[in-house]
Design a protein around this ligand. Structure first.
Ligand code: IMP
Length: 201
């Protein structure tokens, strides 16, 4: 699939919308977001068990509703000491309508007493581009790191204040936007998706 002329972004999350806009700023496309046309963007329930299923549900629902190719990202954090949880349930870890702060607190509570060496984790992102006629491409990427017990930093969102990316001694929430996008699961997945489209002009 080559770059389509217009893409709808299948997300209501303002943090994700901002990051996707930054990371994909060089794509040769016109963007449509929920801010342009709030009535027509469906709220999609994430009923899948995997990132790919959920990203596909979101992209396909928005592609059908707007009759436009749609881009979705499903992502989460996988904590080794918790057997890979919360994973695709990261947005709902502390409950169905939990805030980022509640989810972060819940995760830090779950890791209380786990020593520094056992706090490894990774962010994972699956990015999907789906067309109204049922075509789909996707790319997946991760960002390895570890969780600290006391959050630091105000940038980013979600679990960023407790996540120290591998090779850094600051949290994701202490990085600049440019630094986060360069190493993040989302940056890597979206650049891989762009490469698929560049190879298929
Ligand atoms: P989704 O909307 O189901 O993909 O939920 C993604 C959830 O994963 C977010 O609500 C955050 O809790 C977490 N998450 C994903 N990406 C990031 C990130 O870049 N930083 C911090 N948390 C993230």
């Amino acid at each position: 699939m080559a770059f389509p002329p217009r893409i709808a972004v299948a997300s209501h999350n303002p943090h994700k919308l901002r990051e996707i806009a930054r990371i994909c700023a060089g794509w040769p496309v016109e963007w449509v977001t929920v801010r342009d046309d709030p009535q027509r963007f469906p709220e999609v329930e994430e009923t899948g068990d995997t990132y790919l299923e959920n990203a596909s549900l979101k992209a396909r629902a928005v592609a059908a509703a707007l009759d436009l190719p749609a881009l979705a990202d499903d992502s989460g954090i996988e904590v080794d000491a918790l057997g890979g949880a919360p994973g695709p349930r990261s947005a709902r870890y502390a409950g169905e309508h939990a805030t980022d702060e509640q989810n972060l607190k819940q995760l830090l509570r779950a890791l209380k007493g786990v020593p520094a060496g056992g706090r490894t984790a990774r962010y994972r992102c699956v990015a999907v581009l789906a067309t109204p006629d049922g075509d789909r491409i996707h790319a997946e990427a991760e960002c390895e790191g570890a969780l600290i017990g006391t959050p630091r930093g105000t940038a980013g969102f979600g679990y960023d204040p407790a996540f120290v990316p591998a090779g850094w001694d600051v949290t994701m929430a202490e990085l600049s936007d440019e630094q986060k996008d360069r190493i993040s699961h989302r940056g890597r997945a979206l650049r891989a998706l762009a490469e698929l489209m560049e190879r298929d002009p």
